[in-house]
Every structure is written in structure tokens, then in C-alpha cells.
Design a protein around this ligand. Structure first.
Ligand code: CS2
Length: 502
């Protein structure tokens, strides 16, 4: 990871940066998923909480899933890294300094279990992406047949999936000291607390009978699963951001995290064993988390997906570049206003017109350079959270969700290109667990509509309910055909004309 341009500079370390970590920090949180999002979100709120209260027992043990690059780099930097806040006006730098350890689950699975089981751990939080929950997108239940879940059920000591890790850690807690704990999902899943609770309980229920009974009883009495809404646009780290840190701060940081200035965190205040005073960093404790979450997953994330697919198909490397194309902005406004908005109820105090304008300002942050390939990745799990509920609501009301169908058509054009259609380099860079299955579906299909039927109707990519809505599938197939023949902007115009005629 080391880059040549700054090799003469000192490396970020406690010694170099005047010990920015709080003195005597002790761990209270185990966090699964040491990616950029956690490091620019929960870590920043935690620092504000610790600064404001002087508490020193809410340090975070960061657990990366497979790759050792972030944990290793953090350890080489005394567990420090820089958050680079990027606004059109310039950059600002901060060092959260709240981690007390960092390691990789794949290399030390027993340690994950032991850390969750440790009595000093009172929160286990997760940012493992939509893809890390091992649930079936079509039913919402635990993917029991997935080989990774099967392995975790068979091998108590070395779980590899986050749900397996949590259950094994909680089992060990139940047996050793029985201290309460909170499981805190911070991923973009509707009703993420209940969703996680359901998967954890389903996994626990599959253990041998006596173990299942003991673990489920502990879960019932001593574990809570608050729901959360998390929001901050956090692109991937590149040399560009390493260089900004080198120039702005005069030290080398191998793992800085770029982030937009906007940040939001809304949580249910149901913690079984206390929590940091995250409100000091601006977190909102609310009974309306479900509304905030729906608002965010649909208006922000859903519209983001459409911008990413149309952008990638028209050669845009970044979200700001994509949304600066008038046709893409118009499509984004149409899907947000006419197709996502009807299915959400604004939380008290939120003005939806202002929310929309703020989203466009955030997406236009050119300095941030958030990539279309990043937002377009993992669509098979993300779209399931974003598209079906609002699409079904419109269909039930007798309306055709043209732009939601366009979102799915854009996704299929990028990930399942039919022979002879080249979606371009940004689509090729999208990563998706369903890529193999989608490529196979494309190979077996002789037309766009056949492909849409196969993927949505037979394979239930967007769940069982939408699989039964022929009208939606056909609309997706037609728009996909227009993308193939005339390009993504022509398909956006077609969706716009069809909506206007309604
Ligand atoms: C994006 C999100 O990649 C995606 O799917 O929509 O990562 C988005 O940037 C964040 O949720 C913003 O909070």
C-alpha cells in the first residue's frame, strides 16, 4: 500500500501527532466491519462522546472481515488514521483515535468470539454491508442452505459470518457470566435492528436443542437490538486522499478515510448495558427510526442506485459527473419525487423538499469523486432493500413505477449484459455476489424481456411479491431493450414520457 510520493514524511503515529488518542482508553465496543464507513461515522461520534463526558471505557476493538490491510495499517500507526472531510471549499482533517485494537476475523476467528464474550464488551456493532447478513433476499430469512452458514453451525470455534460470530460470542457470554449486551446494526437495511435480531435468533434456533434453548433464553432476557439509520457518503481510499493528508498534515497515513461533511445517525435508545453519549456528536435518539430509515434507504440509496447505473452506462466515473447530466438529474428527481416519496412518511421536523435539495447538493460534491462503480456494486442485495416496497405500493395503487423499473433495467444492463452489448468499464468494475448467476442468465436469454423474466420472475432477484407482477417485469424488459438499442439516456427519456402520460 505504501506510496512513493510521500515516503520521506514521518508516518502517522501517537508520537508524531501528539498522542491524539484519549489517555487510558479501554474497550467497551466490538465492531465488526472495519471499513471506511465505520471509521468515518461511528468512530467520529464516539470520539465526540468521549470528549464530552470524559468516559474512557467505550474504546472500540475493530474487527476487519477478510483483508488484513486496514487492521495491519492501523496497527502500524498506533491504531490511528485520519478522516479527510471533503467539501467543495476544501479539506479538513481529524483523527478519531478511538480504537483500542484491530484484527482480522478470518485470521483469528476464535478471538472474535472471545472479544464479543468478554464481560467488558457491552456493545457489538456491525457495518458489514447488506451483503454480510447471509439472508435470502427473496424471503428475508437466514440463508440456512448457504455453505458459510452451514459451516458456522458445524464449527463453534471458528465462525466466519457476522451472524455466526455474534451467536457464538453470545453463547459464550451466556455460559460464562451472562452480562447483558446490545447488538447494533449500522447497515442500510430497512428495520435493521429487527432484521438482525431475527437472523440471530434463527441461527441460534438451529443449534443443538440444549444450546438453542440456553442461547435463546439469554437473547430474550439480556440482549437488545436497536434499529439505526446511518448516513454519510464515504468513498473508497485512494492515493489522492493519501496525498491530501501528506500535503495538509505533513505525515504519511496509509489508511485515511475521505468523507463528505454531512453526517447523520438516528438510533432507538434501547441499550441493554449502556452506551456512549453519541448525542454529543449530533446523533439523534428517536422513536421514529423506522421512518428515518425508510426515508434514507429509498430517497437517498434508491435514487443513488439509479444515478450510478445510468451514470456508468453513459461513461460517468463518478456520481457528481453522472448527476451533472441533465437527463440523469431529471430521472433522479422523477424517481425520488414520484416513485419513492409516496411510500415514505416524513419523520417529524423533516421537510421532504429540503431533504431532496440537500441530497442533490451532496451528490454534486465533485471534490469527493464517489464512484459509480462503488454505488453500483452489490446491487443484488442493495436493490432488494430499495425497490420492491415502493414499487409494490405504486402497482397496488394502479400506477406503473417506470423509473423504479428503469433502475432495475440499468442494473441488468450493467451486470447481465446480453451478447453484443458492452456496458463499459464502470459497469465492468461493479462487484456483485450474483454476477456469475446473472452472466449465466444473460447467456441463456435471447431477448431483454426473457432476461427480465428469468432474473425477476424465476430467480426472484427482488423477492417473491415483485416476481408475480408481470407488468413490472415487462416494463423492466422494455426499458432494458431501449438501453441496449439506443442507450441509457434514451431509456430515461422513454420512462419520463411514459410517466407523463399516466
Ligand atoms: C450508497 C451508500 O453504495 C451505496 O449503495 O448508496 O453507500 C451511500 O453512499 C450511503 O448509504 C450514504 O449514507
Amino acid at each position: 500500500m505504501a506510496s512513493e510520493f510521500d515516503s520521506a514524511l514521518p508516518q502517522l503515529s501517537a508520537k508524531y501527532d501528539g498522542a491524539p488518542r484519549l489517555a487510558g482508553l479501554r474497550p467497551g465496543i466490538v465492531h465488526l466491519g472495519l471499513g471506511n464507513f465505520h471509521r468515518a461515522h461511528q468512530a467520529v461520534y464516539t470520539r465526540a462522546a468521549l470528549d464530552s463526558t470524559g468516559a474512557s471505557d467505550w474504546g472500540i476493538i475493530g474487527v476487519g472481515s477478510r483483508s488484513a490491510s486496514v487492521p495491519d495499517a492501523m496497527k502500524a500507526q498506533d491504531l490511528l488514521y485520519t478522516v479527510v472531510e471533503i467539501s467543495p471549499e476544501g479539506e479538513s482533517f481529524s483523527i478519531p483515535g478511538v480504537h483500542t485494537d484491530a484484527f482480522t476475523a478470518a485470521a483469528e476467528p476464535e478471538r472474535v468470539v472471545a472479544s464479543i464474550a468478554d464481560a467488558t464488551t457491552r456493545i457489538v456493532s456491525l457495518t458489514v454491508t447488506e451483503n454480510g447478513y447471509y439472508y435470502s433476499p427473496s424471503t428475508g430469512h437466514l440463508a440456512v442452505d448457504d455453505p458459510a452458514i452451514q459451516r458456522d453451525l458445524a464449527d463453534a470455534a471458528r465462525p466466519a459470518t457476522p451472524i455466526g460470530q455474534i451467536v457464538r460470542g453470545l453463547q459464550s457470554r451466556a455460559r460464562s457470566h451472562g452480562e447483558p449486551i446490545t447488538v447494533l446494526s449500522c447497515d442500510n437495511l430497512a428495520d435493521n435492528g429487527h432484521h438482525t435480531e431475527r437472523l440471530v435468533k434463527e441461527f441460534a434456533g438451529l443449534l443443538p436443542e440444549a444450546e438453542a434453548t440456553e442461547t435463546l433464553a439469554f437473547l430474550e432476557r439480556h440482549v437488545t437490538f436497536p434499529s439505526t439509520m446511518v448516513d454519510r457518503i464515504v468513498p473508497a481510499t485512494t492515493d489522492h486522499y493519501r496525498r491530501l493528508v501528506a500535503e495538509g498534515r505533513g505525515y504519511r497515513d496509509e489508511v485515511p478515510v475521505p468523507a463528505e461533511p454531512f453526517t447523520m445517525w438516528v438510533l432507538e435508545d434501547r441499550f441493554a448495558a449502556g452506551r456512549p453519549a453519541w448525542e454529543a456528536g449530533g446523533a439523534i435518539f428517536s422513536d421514529e427510526v423506522a421512518r428515518y430509515e425508510e426515508l434514507k434507504v429509498r430517497l437517498l440509496n434508491g435514487t443513488h442506485s439509479l444515478i450510478a447505473y445510468l451514470g456508468a452506462l453513459t461513461g460517468a466515473a463518478t456520481i457528481p459527473e453522472a448527476v451533472s447530466k441533465p437527463e440523469i438529474e431529471a430521472a433522479a428527481r422523477a424517481v425520488l419525487r414520484n416513485e419513492y416519496r409516496p411510500s415514505v412518511t416524513a419523520p417529524s421536523g423533516i421537510d421532504l423538499d429540503e431533504y431532496e435539495e440537500q441530497l442533490f447538493t451532496r451528490w454534486r460534491n465533485t471534490a469527493l469523486g464517489h464512484r459509480t462503480s462503488q454505488v453500483g456494486s452489490d446491487g443484488s442485495v442493495k436493490l432488494r432493500q430499495r425497490v420492491p416496497a415502493p414499487a409494490l405500493a405504486l402497482l397496488d395503487a394502479g400506477r406503473t413505477p417506470h423509473f423504479l423499473a428503469l433502475t432495475v433495467a440499468g442494473y441488468l444492463a450493467c451486470l447481465a449484459p446480453l451478447p453484443g452489448f458492452d456496458p463499459g468499464q464502470h459497469a465492468a468494475a461493479m462487484v456483485d455476489p450474483a454476477r456469475g448467476a446473472l452472466a449465466q442468465a444473460a447467456e441463456q436469454s435471447s431477448s431483454s424481456i426473457e432476461l427480465a423474466r428469468r432474473v425477476l420472475g424465476e430467480q426472484h432477484l427482488l423477492g417473491e411479491e415483485l416476481a408475480a407482477r408481470e407488468e413490472f417485469i415487462e416494463r423492466t424488459g422494455e426499458l432494458l431493450d431501449t438501453i441496449r438499442r439506443h442507450g441509457a439516456l434514451a431509456a430515461a427519456a422513454e420512462a419520463g414520457a411514459a410517466s407523463a402520460n399516466h
